[in-house]
Design a protein around this ligand. Sequence first.
Ligand code: MN
Length: 484
Amino acid sequence: MTAGPLGSYREKRRPGRTPEPIPDNVAVPTKRGRRPTFVIQEHHASSLHWDFRLEHDGVLASWALPKGLPVFPDANHLAVQVEDHPLEYGKFSGTIPKGEYGAGKVSIWDRGRYDCEKWRPREIMVVLHGKRAKGRYVLFPTKGNNWMIHRMDPAPEGVEPLPSRIQPMLATAGQLPPDDGDWAYEFKWDGMRVLIWIDGGRPRAVSRNDKDVTDSFPELRAFGEAMGSRQALLDGELVVLGADGKPSFARLQHRMHASSPASVRNAAASNPVSLVIFDLLHLDGTSLIGLDYDHRRTALEDLDIGASGWAITPSFTSDDGRRVFRTAVDLGMEGVVAKRRTSTYQAGRRSRDWIKVKNQHMREVVIGGFTEGNGSRRGDFGALLLGVPSSTEHRRLTFVGKVGTGFSDRSRAEIASDLKRMVRGTSPFDGRLPTAVDKAVTWVTPKLVGEVRYSELTSDGHLRHPVWRGLRADKAARDVRRES
Ligand code: MN
Protein backbone atom coordinates (compact mmCIF):
# COMPACT_ATOMS: atom_id res chain seq x y z
CA MET A 1 0.00 0.00 0.00
CA THR A 2 1.27 3.40 -0.95
CA ALA A 3 0.51 6.22 1.50
CA GLY A 4 -2.23 8.80 1.02
CA PRO A 5 -5.95 8.36 0.30
CA LEU A 6 -5.36 7.60 -3.41
CA GLY A 7 -1.85 6.15 -3.26
CA SER A 8 -2.88 2.67 -4.31
CA TYR A 9 -5.14 4.02 -7.08
CA ARG A 10 -2.36 6.21 -8.52
CA GLU A 11 0.22 3.48 -8.35
CA LYS A 12 -1.81 1.13 -10.60
CA ARG A 13 -2.34 3.67 -13.38
CA ARG A 14 -0.08 5.42 -15.89
CA PRO A 15 -1.02 9.05 -16.68
CA GLY A 16 -1.17 9.63 -20.44
CA ARG A 17 -1.64 5.92 -21.16
CA THR A 18 -5.11 5.56 -19.63
CA PRO A 19 -8.08 7.95 -20.06
CA GLU A 20 -9.04 7.56 -16.38
CA PRO A 21 -8.75 10.68 -14.16
CA ILE A 22 -5.56 10.69 -12.06
CA PRO A 23 -5.93 13.58 -9.61
CA ASP A 24 -3.65 14.59 -6.74
CA ASN A 25 -3.31 12.25 -3.82
CA VAL A 26 -5.89 14.04 -1.68
CA ALA A 27 -9.41 13.38 -0.47
CA VAL A 28 -12.18 15.88 -1.18
CA PRO A 29 -14.46 16.05 1.86
CA THR A 30 -18.21 15.95 1.30
CA LYS A 31 -19.90 19.28 2.08
CA ARG A 32 -21.97 19.25 5.24
CA GLY A 33 -25.64 18.59 4.68
CA ARG A 34 -25.14 17.12 1.19
CA ARG A 35 -26.07 13.52 0.55
CA PRO A 36 -23.08 11.51 -0.67
CA THR A 37 -23.02 10.06 -4.19
CA PHE A 38 -22.72 6.53 -5.49
CA VAL A 39 -21.96 5.13 -8.92
CA ILE A 40 -22.17 1.68 -10.50
CA GLN A 41 -19.98 1.19 -13.57
CA GLU A 42 -20.34 -1.75 -15.94
CA HIS A 43 -16.80 -2.84 -16.71
CA HIS A 44 -16.10 -5.22 -19.60
CA ALA A 45 -12.61 -6.12 -18.40
CA SER A 46 -11.08 -9.58 -18.89
CA SER A 47 -14.03 -10.68 -16.78
CA LEU A 48 -17.26 -8.66 -16.82
CA HIS A 49 -18.15 -7.02 -13.50
CA TRP A 50 -19.93 -4.03 -12.05
CA ASP A 51 -17.92 -1.58 -9.93
CA PHE A 52 -19.90 -0.29 -6.98
CA ARG A 53 -18.54 2.94 -5.50
CA LEU A 54 -19.73 4.91 -2.48
CA GLU A 55 -18.53 8.42 -1.72
CA HIS A 56 -17.02 8.34 1.76
CA ASP A 57 -14.34 10.46 3.47
CA GLY A 58 -13.61 12.32 0.25
CA VAL A 59 -12.97 9.29 -1.97
CA LEU A 60 -15.05 6.55 -3.64
CA ALA A 61 -14.86 3.38 -1.55
CA SER A 62 -15.05 0.64 -4.19
CA TRP A 63 -16.08 -3.00 -4.71
CA ALA A 64 -16.15 -5.10 -7.87
CA LEU A 65 -19.40 -7.10 -8.15
CA PRO A 66 -18.99 -10.05 -10.59
CA LYS A 67 -22.78 -10.54 -10.80
CA GLY A 68 -23.86 -6.97 -10.21
CA LEU A 69 -26.25 -5.67 -7.58
CA PRO A 70 -28.70 -8.28 -6.21
CA VAL A 71 -32.38 -7.58 -6.89
CA PHE A 72 -33.72 -10.23 -4.50
CA PRO A 73 -32.99 -10.47 -0.77
CA ASP A 74 -32.54 -14.26 -0.89
CA ALA A 75 -29.27 -14.30 -2.85
CA ASN A 76 -26.24 -12.35 -1.65
CA HIS A 77 -23.71 -11.33 -4.28
CA LEU A 78 -19.95 -11.33 -3.99
CA ALA A 79 -18.36 -7.86 -3.71
CA VAL A 80 -14.56 -7.79 -3.97
CA GLN A 81 -13.13 -4.75 -2.28
CA VAL A 82 -10.71 -2.79 -4.47
CA GLU A 83 -8.69 0.37 -3.99
CA ASP A 84 -10.42 3.68 -3.20
CA HIS A 85 -11.09 5.72 -6.34
CA PRO A 86 -11.07 9.52 -6.69
CA LEU A 87 -14.44 11.30 -6.72
CA GLU A 88 -13.83 12.32 -10.35
CA TYR A 89 -14.03 8.65 -11.27
CA GLY A 90 -17.79 8.77 -10.66
CA LYS A 91 -18.25 10.45 -14.03
CA PHE A 92 -15.81 8.29 -15.95
CA SER A 93 -16.84 6.19 -18.92
CA GLY A 94 -14.61 5.14 -21.76
CA THR A 95 -12.24 2.44 -22.88
CA ILE A 96 -9.12 1.60 -20.92
CA PRO A 97 -6.55 0.51 -23.54
CA LYS A 98 -5.11 -2.99 -23.82
CA GLY A 99 -2.12 -3.53 -21.58
CA GLU A 100 -3.28 -0.98 -18.99
CA TYR A 101 -4.75 -1.87 -15.60
CA GLY A 102 -8.44 -2.82 -15.97
CA ALA A 103 -8.32 -2.80 -19.79
CA GLY A 104 -11.80 -2.80 -21.34
CA LYS A 105 -14.92 -0.71 -21.74
CA VAL A 106 -16.40 1.15 -18.78
CA SER A 107 -19.92 2.62 -18.85
CA ILE A 108 -22.05 4.17 -16.13
CA TRP A 109 -24.80 1.72 -15.25
CA ASP A 110 -26.36 4.01 -12.68
CA ARG A 111 -25.43 6.88 -10.40
CA GLY A 112 -27.19 8.96 -7.79
CA ARG A 113 -27.19 9.76 -4.11
CA TYR A 114 -27.49 7.57 -1.09
CA ASP A 115 -28.24 7.73 2.62
CA CYS A 116 -25.58 6.24 4.87
CA GLU A 117 -27.20 4.36 7.75
CA LYS A 118 -24.06 2.67 9.11
CA TRP A 119 -20.37 2.84 8.24
CA ARG A 120 -18.36 0.47 10.37
CA PRO A 121 -15.28 -1.57 9.49
CA ARG A 122 -17.38 -4.76 9.18
CA GLU A 123 -20.79 -3.41 8.24
CA ILE A 124 -21.85 -0.74 5.77
CA MET A 125 -25.55 -0.06 5.36
CA VAL A 126 -26.84 2.29 2.68
CA VAL A 127 -30.10 3.28 1.00
CA LEU A 128 -29.58 3.89 -2.72
CA HIS A 129 -31.63 6.48 -4.59
CA GLY A 130 -30.61 5.81 -8.19
CA LYS A 131 -32.67 5.35 -11.32
CA ARG A 132 -32.02 1.61 -11.49
CA ALA A 133 -30.43 0.94 -8.11
CA LYS A 134 -32.92 1.66 -5.36
CA GLY A 135 -33.35 0.36 -1.84
CA ARG A 136 -31.49 -0.67 1.28
CA TYR A 137 -28.31 -2.72 1.01
CA VAL A 138 -25.75 -3.97 3.47
CA LEU A 139 -22.11 -4.86 2.75
CA PHE A 140 -20.08 -7.07 5.08
CA PRO A 141 -16.63 -8.72 4.76
CA THR A 142 -16.20 -12.50 4.67
CA LYS A 143 -12.56 -13.32 3.95
CA GLY A 144 -9.64 -11.16 2.80
CA ASN A 145 -10.91 -8.63 0.25
CA ASN A 146 -14.11 -10.58 -0.26
CA TRP A 147 -17.30 -8.97 0.95
CA MET A 148 -20.93 -9.82 0.34
CA ILE A 149 -23.67 -7.42 -0.63
CA HIS A 150 -27.18 -8.19 0.56
CA ARG A 151 -30.46 -6.51 -0.36
CA MET A 152 -32.41 -5.77 2.82
CA ASP A 153 -35.62 -4.57 1.16
CA PRO A 154 -37.96 -6.97 -0.59
CA ALA A 155 -37.57 -7.13 -4.37
CA PRO A 156 -39.12 -4.13 -6.12
CA GLU A 157 -42.84 -4.55 -6.63
CA GLY A 158 -43.86 -6.71 -9.57
CA VAL A 159 -40.39 -8.13 -10.14
CA GLU A 160 -40.57 -11.88 -10.75
CA PRO A 161 -37.55 -14.08 -10.09
CA LEU A 162 -35.91 -15.93 -12.95
CA PRO A 163 -37.28 -19.50 -12.78
CA SER A 164 -34.49 -21.86 -11.76
CA ARG A 165 -35.81 -24.83 -13.75
CA ILE A 166 -38.10 -25.13 -16.71
CA GLN A 167 -38.65 -27.65 -19.49
CA PRO A 168 -38.75 -26.49 -23.09
CA MET A 169 -41.96 -26.43 -25.13
CA LEU A 170 -41.89 -29.15 -27.80
CA ALA A 171 -43.27 -29.23 -31.31
CA THR A 172 -45.55 -31.92 -32.75
CA ALA A 173 -44.47 -33.51 -36.04
CA GLY A 174 -46.94 -32.84 -38.82
CA GLN A 175 -47.88 -31.16 -42.08
CA LEU A 176 -47.89 -27.46 -42.91
CA PRO A 177 -50.94 -25.78 -41.33
CA PRO A 178 -53.47 -23.87 -43.45
CA ASP A 179 -52.34 -20.42 -44.62
CA ASP A 180 -54.89 -18.51 -42.59
CA GLY A 181 -52.59 -15.85 -41.14
CA ASP A 182 -52.59 -17.53 -37.73
CA TRP A 183 -49.09 -18.97 -38.12
CA ALA A 184 -45.51 -17.76 -38.07
CA TYR A 185 -42.82 -19.91 -39.68
CA GLU A 186 -39.26 -20.36 -38.50
CA PHE A 187 -36.50 -22.48 -39.99
CA LYS A 188 -35.89 -25.74 -38.17
CA TRP A 189 -32.21 -25.80 -37.22
CA ASP A 190 -30.38 -29.12 -37.17
CA GLY A 191 -28.68 -28.78 -33.82
CA MET A 192 -29.06 -29.22 -30.10
CA ARG A 193 -31.89 -27.56 -28.19
CA VAL A 194 -30.84 -25.51 -25.16
CA LEU A 195 -32.46 -23.21 -22.66
CA ILE A 196 -30.09 -20.41 -21.69
CA TRP A 197 -30.20 -18.46 -18.46
CA ILE A 198 -28.32 -15.15 -18.35
CA ASP A 199 -27.73 -13.61 -14.95
CA GLY A 200 -25.03 -11.10 -14.09
CA GLY A 201 -23.50 -11.52 -17.54
CA ARG A 202 -23.00 -15.27 -16.96
CA PRO A 203 -24.69 -17.92 -19.11
CA ARG A 204 -26.07 -21.25 -18.01
CA ALA A 205 -27.14 -23.68 -20.73
CA VAL A 206 -29.32 -26.71 -20.06
CA SER A 207 -30.10 -29.43 -22.63
CA ARG A 208 -33.36 -31.28 -23.27
CA ASN A 209 -32.46 -33.99 -20.76
CA ASP A 210 -31.86 -31.43 -18.00
CA LYS A 211 -28.06 -31.57 -18.19
CA ASP A 212 -26.06 -28.43 -17.51
CA VAL A 213 -23.92 -28.21 -20.67
CA THR A 214 -22.49 -24.72 -20.08
CA ASP A 215 -18.90 -25.93 -19.71
CA SER A 216 -19.10 -27.85 -23.01
CA PHE A 217 -19.81 -24.65 -24.96
CA PRO A 218 -17.33 -21.94 -23.86
CA GLU A 219 -18.52 -19.77 -26.79
CA LEU A 220 -21.57 -18.89 -24.69
CA ARG A 221 -19.45 -16.80 -22.32
CA ALA A 222 -19.17 -14.02 -24.89
CA PHE A 223 -22.94 -14.09 -25.36
CA GLY A 224 -23.45 -13.72 -21.60
CA GLU A 225 -21.13 -10.74 -21.49
CA ALA A 226 -22.88 -9.14 -24.44
CA MET A 227 -26.17 -9.38 -22.53
CA GLY A 228 -24.55 -7.25 -19.78
CA SER A 229 -26.77 -6.76 -16.74
CA ARG A 230 -29.90 -8.05 -18.47
CA GLN A 231 -31.41 -11.01 -16.70
CA ALA A 232 -32.96 -13.35 -19.25
CA LEU A 233 -34.14 -16.84 -20.07
CA LEU A 234 -33.90 -17.74 -23.75
CA ASP A 235 -34.79 -20.76 -25.85
CA GLY A 236 -32.66 -21.72 -28.80
CA GLU A 237 -30.54 -24.20 -30.67
CA LEU A 238 -26.77 -24.70 -30.76
CA VAL A 239 -25.56 -25.43 -34.28
CA VAL A 240 -22.24 -26.08 -35.97
CA LEU A 241 -22.03 -24.74 -39.50
CA GLY A 242 -20.26 -26.94 -42.03
CA ALA A 243 -17.85 -25.76 -44.73
CA ASP A 244 -20.89 -25.18 -46.99
CA GLY A 245 -22.40 -22.79 -44.41
CA LYS A 246 -25.21 -25.24 -43.65
CA PRO A 247 -25.89 -26.66 -40.18
CA SER A 248 -23.97 -29.91 -39.75
CA PHE A 249 -25.33 -32.33 -37.20
CA ALA A 250 -22.35 -34.61 -37.86
CA ARG A 251 -19.89 -31.89 -36.82
CA LEU A 252 -21.98 -30.98 -33.78
CA GLN A 253 -21.49 -34.59 -32.67
CA HIS A 254 -17.86 -33.82 -31.84
CA ARG A 255 -19.02 -31.05 -29.52
CA MET A 256 -21.66 -33.16 -27.80
CA HIS A 257 -19.11 -35.88 -27.10
CA ALA A 258 -16.40 -33.62 -25.62
CA SER A 259 -16.40 -33.45 -21.84
CA SER A 260 -12.92 -32.84 -20.38
CA PRO A 261 -11.70 -29.21 -20.53
CA ALA A 262 -8.94 -30.15 -22.99
CA SER A 263 -11.26 -32.04 -25.35
CA VAL A 264 -13.79 -29.18 -25.16
CA ARG A 265 -11.06 -26.70 -26.15
CA ASN A 266 -9.97 -28.85 -29.09
CA ALA A 267 -13.51 -29.51 -30.26
CA ALA A 268 -14.43 -25.81 -29.96
CA ALA A 269 -11.41 -24.80 -32.03
CA SER A 270 -12.28 -27.12 -34.92
CA ASN A 271 -16.09 -26.96 -34.72
CA PRO A 272 -17.26 -23.66 -33.19
CA VAL A 273 -20.95 -23.49 -32.33
CA SER A 274 -23.36 -20.70 -33.05
CA LEU A 275 -26.37 -19.96 -30.90
CA VAL A 276 -29.63 -19.51 -32.77
CA ILE A 277 -32.22 -17.93 -30.50
CA PHE A 278 -35.95 -18.31 -31.12
CA ASP A 279 -37.74 -17.43 -27.91
CA LEU A 280 -37.55 -15.15 -24.88
CA LEU A 281 -39.22 -16.49 -21.73
CA HIS A 282 -38.10 -14.02 -19.06
CA LEU A 283 -36.52 -10.59 -19.11
CA ASP A 284 -35.42 -8.36 -16.24
CA GLY A 285 -37.96 -9.43 -13.65
CA THR A 286 -40.84 -10.07 -16.05
CA SER A 287 -42.02 -13.48 -17.17
CA LEU A 288 -43.06 -13.69 -20.82
CA ILE A 289 -44.23 -17.30 -20.72
CA GLY A 290 -47.90 -16.32 -20.57
CA LEU A 291 -47.63 -13.89 -23.49
CA ASP A 292 -48.52 -14.94 -27.03
CA TYR A 293 -45.94 -15.69 -29.69
CA ASP A 294 -46.18 -12.29 -31.39
CA HIS A 295 -45.53 -10.41 -28.14
CA ARG A 296 -42.64 -12.67 -27.13
CA ARG A 297 -41.18 -12.30 -30.61
CA THR A 298 -41.34 -8.49 -30.44
CA ALA A 299 -39.61 -8.53 -27.04
CA LEU A 300 -36.94 -10.86 -28.43
CA GLU A 301 -36.27 -8.61 -31.43
CA ASP A 302 -36.14 -5.57 -29.12
CA LEU A 303 -33.14 -7.14 -27.36
CA ASP A 304 -31.31 -6.06 -30.49
CA ILE A 305 -28.64 -8.71 -30.22
CA GLY A 306 -26.65 -10.32 -32.96
CA ALA A 307 -22.98 -10.90 -33.52
CA SER A 308 -20.87 -13.49 -35.27
CA GLY A 309 -21.51 -16.14 -32.61
CA TRP A 310 -25.26 -15.74 -32.10
CA ALA A 311 -28.38 -14.57 -33.88
CA ILE A 312 -32.14 -14.47 -33.60
CA THR A 313 -33.71 -16.87 -36.09
CA PRO A 314 -35.87 -15.15 -38.70
CA SER A 315 -39.64 -15.44 -38.33
CA PHE A 316 -41.92 -15.27 -41.36
CA THR A 317 -45.56 -14.35 -41.00
CA SER A 318 -45.97 -15.02 -44.70
CA ASP A 319 -49.32 -16.32 -45.88
CA ASP A 320 -47.42 -18.89 -47.94
CA GLY A 321 -45.96 -21.49 -45.59
CA ARG A 322 -44.99 -23.72 -48.49
CA ARG A 323 -42.69 -21.04 -49.88
CA VAL A 324 -40.96 -20.64 -46.50
CA PHE A 325 -40.59 -24.42 -46.37
CA ARG A 326 -39.01 -24.54 -49.86
CA THR A 327 -36.64 -21.71 -48.93
CA ALA A 328 -35.64 -23.58 -45.76
CA VAL A 329 -34.90 -26.73 -47.74
CA ASP A 330 -32.92 -24.78 -50.36
CA LEU A 331 -30.82 -23.28 -47.56
CA GLY A 332 -30.04 -26.75 -46.21
CA MET A 333 -32.33 -26.57 -43.19
CA GLU A 334 -34.19 -29.55 -41.77
CA GLY A 335 -37.54 -27.94 -42.48
CA VAL A 336 -39.71 -25.40 -40.68
CA VAL A 337 -41.52 -25.03 -37.39
CA ALA A 338 -44.93 -23.40 -37.71
CA LYS A 339 -45.94 -21.56 -34.54
CA ARG A 340 -49.44 -20.37 -33.74
CA ARG A 341 -49.16 -16.63 -33.25
CA THR A 342 -51.72 -16.49 -30.43
CA SER A 343 -50.16 -19.34 -28.44
CA THR A 344 -48.40 -19.00 -25.09
CA TYR A 345 -45.18 -20.84 -24.21
CA GLN A 346 -46.27 -24.23 -22.91
CA ALA A 347 -43.25 -25.32 -20.89
CA GLY A 348 -42.59 -29.07 -20.83
CA ARG A 349 -45.44 -29.85 -23.26
CA ARG A 350 -45.48 -31.25 -26.75
CA SER A 351 -47.99 -28.88 -28.24
CA ARG A 352 -50.00 -28.72 -31.46
CA ASP A 353 -49.40 -24.95 -31.41
CA TRP A 354 -45.88 -25.69 -32.68
CA ILE A 355 -45.75 -27.99 -35.70
CA LYS A 356 -42.43 -29.23 -37.04
CA VAL A 357 -42.49 -30.03 -40.73
CA LYS A 358 -39.41 -31.91 -41.86
CA ASN A 359 -37.87 -32.23 -45.27
CA GLN A 360 -36.90 -35.84 -44.73
CA HIS A 361 -38.06 -38.65 -42.52
CA MET A 362 -36.08 -38.72 -39.33
CA ARG A 363 -36.58 -40.71 -36.20
CA GLU A 364 -35.04 -40.86 -32.77
CA VAL A 365 -34.23 -44.40 -31.73
CA VAL A 366 -32.77 -46.30 -28.79
CA ILE A 367 -29.97 -48.81 -29.36
CA GLY A 368 -30.87 -52.23 -27.95
CA GLY A 369 -28.09 -54.38 -29.39
CA PHE A 370 -25.60 -54.83 -32.19
CA THR A 371 -24.45 -57.48 -34.63
CA GLU A 372 -20.89 -58.66 -35.00
CA GLY A 373 -18.76 -56.85 -37.60
CA ASN A 374 -17.12 -58.69 -40.48
CA GLY A 375 -13.78 -58.11 -42.19
CA SER A 376 -12.41 -54.69 -41.32
CA ARG A 377 -15.27 -54.26 -38.86
CA ARG A 378 -14.28 -57.31 -36.84
CA GLY A 379 -14.25 -56.41 -33.14
CA ASP A 380 -16.42 -53.40 -33.95
CA PHE A 381 -20.10 -53.73 -34.86
CA GLY A 382 -21.86 -54.55 -38.12
CA ALA A 383 -25.22 -52.95 -37.48
CA LEU A 384 -27.12 -51.43 -34.56
CA LEU A 385 -30.50 -52.84 -33.54
CA LEU A 386 -32.95 -50.06 -33.02
CA GLY A 387 -36.10 -49.72 -31.00
CA VAL A 388 -38.46 -47.20 -29.48
CA PRO A 389 -39.69 -47.49 -25.89
CA SER A 390 -42.68 -49.84 -25.61
CA SER A 391 -45.82 -48.01 -24.62
CA THR A 392 -46.13 -49.57 -21.19
CA GLU A 393 -42.56 -49.62 -19.96
CA HIS A 394 -39.73 -47.40 -21.10
CA ARG A 395 -37.03 -49.92 -20.25
CA ARG A 396 -38.42 -52.29 -22.92
CA LEU A 397 -38.12 -51.59 -26.64
CA THR A 398 -40.24 -52.26 -29.67
CA PHE A 399 -37.99 -53.20 -32.59
CA VAL A 400 -38.05 -50.71 -35.51
CA GLY A 401 -35.07 -51.76 -37.63
CA LYS A 402 -31.32 -51.99 -37.85
CA VAL A 403 -28.80 -49.55 -39.27
CA GLY A 404 -25.34 -50.32 -40.65
CA THR A 405 -24.56 -47.23 -42.77
CA GLY A 406 -23.94 -43.54 -42.25
CA PHE A 407 -21.20 -43.89 -39.62
CA SER A 408 -17.87 -42.13 -39.83
CA ASP A 409 -14.90 -44.18 -38.56
CA ARG A 410 -14.75 -41.92 -35.56
CA SER A 411 -18.44 -42.10 -34.65
CA ARG A 412 -18.34 -45.90 -35.13
CA ALA A 413 -15.44 -46.15 -32.67
CA GLU A 414 -17.14 -43.86 -30.15
CA ILE A 415 -20.40 -45.77 -30.26
CA ALA A 416 -18.62 -49.15 -30.07
CA SER A 417 -16.77 -48.08 -26.93
CA ASP A 418 -19.99 -46.71 -25.36
CA LEU A 419 -21.85 -49.94 -26.13
CA LYS A 420 -19.15 -52.16 -24.64
CA ARG A 421 -19.99 -50.71 -21.24
CA MET A 422 -23.69 -51.51 -21.64
CA VAL A 423 -23.54 -55.16 -22.68
CA ARG A 424 -25.99 -57.50 -20.97
CA GLY A 425 -27.20 -61.07 -21.40
CA THR A 426 -30.87 -60.56 -22.20
CA SER A 427 -32.75 -58.85 -25.01
CA PRO A 428 -34.36 -55.48 -24.18
CA PHE A 429 -36.80 -55.97 -27.07
CA ASP A 430 -40.40 -57.05 -26.58
CA GLY A 431 -41.42 -60.08 -28.60
CA ARG A 432 -39.46 -61.85 -31.25
CA LEU A 433 -37.13 -60.07 -33.67
CA PRO A 434 -37.57 -60.55 -37.42
CA THR A 435 -35.72 -63.60 -38.70
CA ALA A 436 -33.64 -61.34 -40.98
CA VAL A 437 -31.75 -60.07 -37.93
CA ASP A 438 -28.49 -61.93 -37.35
CA LYS A 439 -28.37 -64.64 -34.75
CA ALA A 440 -25.07 -63.28 -33.36
CA VAL A 441 -26.54 -60.31 -31.52
CA THR A 442 -25.00 -58.70 -28.44
CA TRP A 443 -27.66 -57.09 -26.26
CA VAL A 444 -27.16 -53.79 -24.48
CA THR A 445 -29.06 -51.88 -21.82
CA PRO A 446 -31.32 -49.51 -23.80
CA LYS A 447 -29.79 -46.14 -22.88
CA LEU A 448 -28.05 -44.71 -25.95
CA VAL A 449 -30.28 -42.50 -28.08
CA GLY A 450 -29.51 -41.84 -31.73
CA GLU A 451 -31.13 -40.41 -34.80
CA VAL A 452 -31.62 -42.02 -38.20
CA ARG A 453 -32.98 -40.84 -41.51
CA TYR A 454 -35.10 -43.32 -43.53
CA SER A 455 -37.09 -43.51 -46.76
CA GLU A 456 -40.43 -44.79 -45.46
CA LEU A 457 -42.10 -47.03 -42.91
CA THR A 458 -42.99 -50.61 -43.82
CA SER A 459 -46.49 -51.91 -43.11
CA ASP A 460 -45.28 -53.40 -39.81
CA GLY A 461 -43.82 -50.08 -38.70
CA HIS A 462 -40.16 -50.77 -39.46
CA LEU A 463 -37.78 -48.20 -40.93
CA ARG A 464 -36.88 -48.76 -44.59
CA HIS A 465 -33.30 -47.85 -45.64
CA PRO A 466 -32.28 -46.24 -42.35
CA VAL A 467 -29.05 -44.19 -42.36
CA TRP A 468 -27.30 -43.20 -39.13
CA ARG A 469 -27.20 -39.45 -38.36
CA GLY A 470 -25.64 -39.37 -34.93
CA LEU A 471 -25.98 -39.90 -31.21
CA ARG A 472 -28.38 -37.70 -29.26
CA ALA A 473 -26.40 -37.27 -26.07
CA ASP A 474 -28.86 -34.52 -25.18
CA LYS A 475 -31.79 -36.91 -24.97
CA ALA A 476 -32.82 -39.68 -22.61
CA ALA A 477 -34.26 -43.01 -23.81
CA ARG A 478 -37.57 -42.34 -22.04
CA ASP A 479 -38.03 -39.15 -24.12
CA VAL A 480 -37.98 -41.08 -27.39
CA ARG A 481 -41.45 -41.29 -28.84
CA ARG A 482 -43.28 -43.72 -31.03
CA GLU A 483 -44.26 -41.43 -33.86
CA SER A 484 -47.10 -42.30 -36.16
MN1 MN B 1 -13.45 -2.57 -12.58
